[in-house]
Design a protein around this ligand. Structure first.
Ligand SMILES: Cc1cc2nc3c(=O)[nH]c(=O)nc-3n(C[C@H](O)[C@H](O)[C@H](O)COP(=O)(O)O)c2cc1C
Length: 183
């Protein structure tokens, strides 16, 4: 049976390699998963406790909450900024963390990252894992996907992932995640 996956990913910029990566997932294992992508980080204001009460949640957050609840699993696909989690993604997670019955609690999660550099976002993944400990998400340890030297791995115009080895790694991670969701 197909599983429903919410991808929380990409970056704010239009030609984001992480957005490209997220879109490519849809093709790579479409026989096993239905994918939906959330990347509207810019529709969430900066979290400020002063401005916020329980009757005043941003519409985008409530929509995201529903998407997470409905999904069998969540895949984060993120760039690394200054060795860590980009501000807009951290802000998004901060909002999620304030929800009553916050929806990432025990939710199966896996992580991917793409960067221009030789580590492919290794450091952001471990910071993100640390944050997800607090949210009590069920994060898969292996397989890991670090898309290094992203400029060389995507067709710049179409955004298509062209690197066969990377595609094979992703296929293996998605297969592992399919099983992990039910464990
Ligand atoms: C503010 C900022 C910080 C960055 N820090 C890192 C970093 O720590 N490690 C890294 O590999 N790349 C870093 N980069 C380069 C990103 O890998 C590159 O911009 C990448 O294209 C971002 O992902 P995107 O294409 O999905 O937007 C940084 C870029 C920006 C804008």
């Amino acid at each position: 049976m197909k599983k429903n996956i919410l991808i929380i990913g990409g970056s704010l910029r239009a030609k984001s390699f992480n957005k490209y990566l997220a879109s490519n997932l849809i093709e790579i294992r479409k026989e096993k998963f239905n994918f939906e992508i959330f990347s509207d980080f810019n529709l969430l204001p900066h979290y400020n406790t002063d401005d916020h009460n329980q009757d005043n949640w941003p519409k985008t957050l409530l929509e995201l909450e529903e998407k997470i609840k409905k999904a069998d699993g969540v895949i984060f696909v993120t760039p690394e900024y200054n060795f860590s989690v980009p501000g807009y993604l951290k802000n998004c997670i901060d909002w999620i963390s304030r929800l009553p019955n916050q929806p990432l609690d025990r939710k199966p999660v896996c992580i991917q990252s793409a960067s221009l550099g030789p580590l492919g976002g290794a450091r952001v993944q471990y910071h993100l894992r640390q944050i997800l400990v607090f949210l009590n998400a069920k994060v898969m340890n292996k397989n890991e996907i670090f898309v290094t030297f992203a400029k060389q791995k995507f067709d710049e115009n179409s955004g298509k992932l062209t690197d066969a080895i990377t595609i094979d790694f992703i296929r293996k991670q998605l297969d592992a995640f399919y099983i992990f969701i039910d464990e």
